[in-house]
Design a protein around this ligand. Structure first.
Ligand code: FES
Length: 182
């Protein structure tokens, strides 16, 4: 009889262990399955690409002007979970007062519409005069200087976000997007 109980106890323990392992393993697998595709959304679109942290804009540093911004448009290969695609990225490039390249996001910091730059009658970018608002947002009248500083009297309450910039082989490379301190 005590032998029988001993056997059952041993069997019961084994079953419990098996259930613990099985349930624990299934839970961990399900958590990993749900969390894995979400990880890339926690970081910037540029760093979501499979090609490293900085991306070539195709624009030479020497071509970046200091009186009005140039639009850089390039594709980044991105892999999010099961989705793999080439994403179009845009940035406005200008040289700041110190001669460094400043790369601004075209996304308005109010509600996310795309800002556009000032152009002359022929559609060419207009050099900015001192203190002039150069970027305009079509949604709620937001406006920014050539360096992306917002007009505080309008809805956007912070400057345009900027990309990390690195110059490699004379070309402008962009990294993470970050907010500027107001
Ligand atoms: S989204 Fe640009 S002003 Fe509102």
């Amino acid at each position: 009889m005590s032998d029988q109980r001993g056997k059952e106890g041993k069997q019961g323990l084994t079953r419990r262990q098996f259930l613990n392992y099985a349930l624990g393993g299934t839970g961990a697998f399900m958590a990993a399955t749900i969390a894995a595709p979400l990880v890339p959304f926690a970081i910037d679109p540029l760093t979501r690409s499979s090609g490293g942290n900085f991306f070539d804009t195709g624009i030479a540093e020497a071509d970046v002007k200091s009186d009005f911004p140039l639009m850089a448009e390039f594709k980044v290969h991105r892999k999010d979970g099961w989705v793999e695609e080439n994403v179009k990225v845009r940035a406005w490039l200008i040289k700041d007062e110190a001669g460094q390249v400043l790369a601004m996001s075209p996304i308005c910091t109010h509600l996310g519409c795309q800002v556009a730059g000032s152009v002359d009658a022929s559609g060419n970018p207009e050099p900015s005069k001192d203190g002039e608002w150069w970027f305009h947002c079509p949604c709620h009248g937001g406006r920014f200087t050539v360096h992306g500083i917002n007009d505080p009297a309008k809805p956007p309450q912070r400057p345009l976000d900027v990309y990390e910039v690195k110059i490699e082989g004379g070309k402008v490379m962009l990294g993470n997007l970050k907010q500027r301190k107001v």
